[in-house]
Design a protein around this ligand. Structure first.
Ligand code: AKG
Length: 332
């Protein structure tokens, strides 16, 4: 769907002008209902989106990737990050056509998966907003999708979320008075819980059948509930999506006061290739300022300066000048 004159630079489904954009972005009453639910609640459930045999294939392909005895980290005894690298079935869930079509409708741009997480049991993770980990310019072009790979009950530590909490501001560490990016995450979680209580958002659990998918907006507060039945499994896949034609960064490590962003190179899970990034639709230069942060500019005059400073800082030309259509392909 082409943007209308009333579209502003955030996803139309999260726009304050949502109601006046509905007709331009939706073709059917069903699409309008889905978009309205997502706008109001911050999530949408797609029942039976992933066939049973695909769910089973994920489980058998991911099982060997867990690391028994490893409690923490990107790959542990119960959680595997980026299992898509080894598992075609994980890639199939991430590239599920119904999910991608729904995301295209809700955000008005093509979505692509950039990270997968597979769980063998409940994460029991405290409430958080994905915004603190992943954001884009323009903002909010990020979301998660949670796929049940078995039936989920209150006993096996279901996903929980605070309905409507996506409408809060995107609180940064600075807003919350946090200074230490590495050690203040527990305080961040304390603040999120206090915010949820303060606003009295209804807490809901995803009680799902195998193959159901819940899509949530990047700022929806969510986490994993307590496991009530010891030893129960909770096979599931979280897929994180960005949308094309943006710049991608990590708010938690960014410095919003100086405008220096923890910019990230991003791969599309479905192709394995790096994703072309733009800044407000244009090529950009990223000037390294230390700590993995960059000042972003699309003023071409600045680019020469960016290169010389990058050289002084010991960075490669490729690293200093990337993004937009200037970069042919990925590098690390
Ligand atoms: O699956 C869960 O228990 C929580 C997952 C989650 O919070 C996340 O991936 O952001």
């Amino acid at each position: 769907m082409n943007p209308t004159r009333q579209d502003i630079n955030i996803p139309w489904v999260e726009s304050p002008f949502f109601a006046s954009l509905l007709d331009a972005h939706c073709r059917t009453p069903e699409e309008k209902t889905a978009a309205t639910r997502y706008h109001e609640d911050g999530y949408l459930i797609l029942r039976g989106a992933v066939p049973d045999e695909v769910c089973d294939a994920v489980r058998s392909q991911v099982q060997p990737l867990f690391r028994p005895g490893v409690a923490e980290g990107s790959r542990s005894e119960y959680r595997v990050q980026d299992g898509y690298k080894e598992s075609p079935a994980v890639r199939a869930v991430a590239g599920n056509a119904r999910v991608l079509e729904t995301l295209r409708l809700l955000y008005g741009r093509r979505a692509f998966p950039f990270q997968t997480l597979n769980f063998l049991r409940g994460s029991q993770q405290r409430a958080h907003s994905d915004f603190i980990h992943f954001n884009s310019l323009p903002a909010r072009y990020m979301c998660g999708a949670w796929t049940a790979l078995e039936d989920i009950t209150l006993e096996n530590g279901p996903l929980f979320y605070f309905k409507g909490s996506h409408k809060l501001p995107q609180y940064t560490y600075f807003d919350l008075g946090l200074k230490d990016m590495k050690n203040d995450y527990v305080m961040y979680e304390d603040h999120i819980e206090r915010l949820a209580a303060q606003h009295a958002f209804p807490k809901e659990n995803l009680l799902a059948r195998k193959g159901d998918v819940l899509i949530w907006s990047s700022n929806l507060m969510h986490g994993g509930d307590k496991i009530l039945k010891a030893g129960s499994t909770r096979w599931s896949q979280v897929t994180h999506y960005y949308f094309e034609d943006c710049l991608y960064f990590t708010p938690m490590y960014s410095d919003f006061l100086t405008g220096s962003l923890y910019h990230r190179e991003i791969r599309d899970v479905t192709t394995g290739g790096f994703v072309n990034q733009t800044y407000n639709g244009k090529p950009f230069a990223a000037l390294p300022v230390g700590g993995g942060r960059y000042l972003i500019t699309n003023r071409m005059l600045m680019i020469g300066k960016a290169v010389s400073l990058a050289r002084r800082a010991g960075s490669s030309l490729k690293r200093a000048l990337f993004g937009g259509r200037m970069r042919a392909d990925g590098y690390k």
